[in-house]
Design a protein around this ligand. Sequence first.
Ligand SMILES: Cc1cc2nc3c(=O)[nH]c(=O)nc-3n(C[C@H](O)[C@H](O)[C@H](O)COP(=O)(O)O)c2cc1C
Length: 177
Amino acid sequence: MARIGIFFGTETGRTRLIAKQIAKKLGDEAAAPLNVAKAAPEDLLAYEVLILGTPTLGDGELPGLATGLPQESWAEFVKKIQSLDLGGKIVALYGLGEQEKYGEHFVSALKPLHDAFRDAGATLVGHWPVDGYAFSSSAAVEDGHFLGLALDQISQPALTAERVDSWLEQIKPSFPA
Ligand SMILES: Cc1cc2nc3c(=O)[nH]c(=O)nc-3n(C[C@H](O)[C@H](O)[C@H](O)COP(=O)(O)O)c2cc1C
């Protein structure tokens, strides 16, 4: 049975596409990616490792009803995981954003996603260096690193494949044996 669960939120589908690419690279170990709009919090419990993707919408926000989505997404889902015990789960985040147009809040939604899973007891891995990006501020930067993999499919699409590959190699040693 797959031990890696991949969950994503999305508005226009880019974050879903990356989820599918990650699943393909991980092979049999990963389950088919699931939109959190269709997931229940308990679905997270089936996996040892969780890879979670989110775009940043609004002014540095998680996708959800408040950012204009027609259905619930991460903004609502993170509130529902507060009662879960995710102790022992390895969680890695990736975030999509646009650094040229939204450089004040580049991939900032990684921060509330990170904090929600940390507060539920998960072990967060996969911080990613800020080198190679140009933005003015981000809520998702700590100690010169994003709280997950930052991807920009609008300003830097050509860099995505290599970033995903390097990040997966970086996080794989954190997976349980
Ligand atoms: C209304 C709107 C607001 C956005 N706000 C931000 C933002 O604050 N920070 C950021 O990095 N990107 C922002 N973006 C860019 C999106 O994160 C980017 O287009 C992303 O690829 C969308 O992913 P999706 O196709 O999975 O929805 C915004 C995009 C839109 C349309």
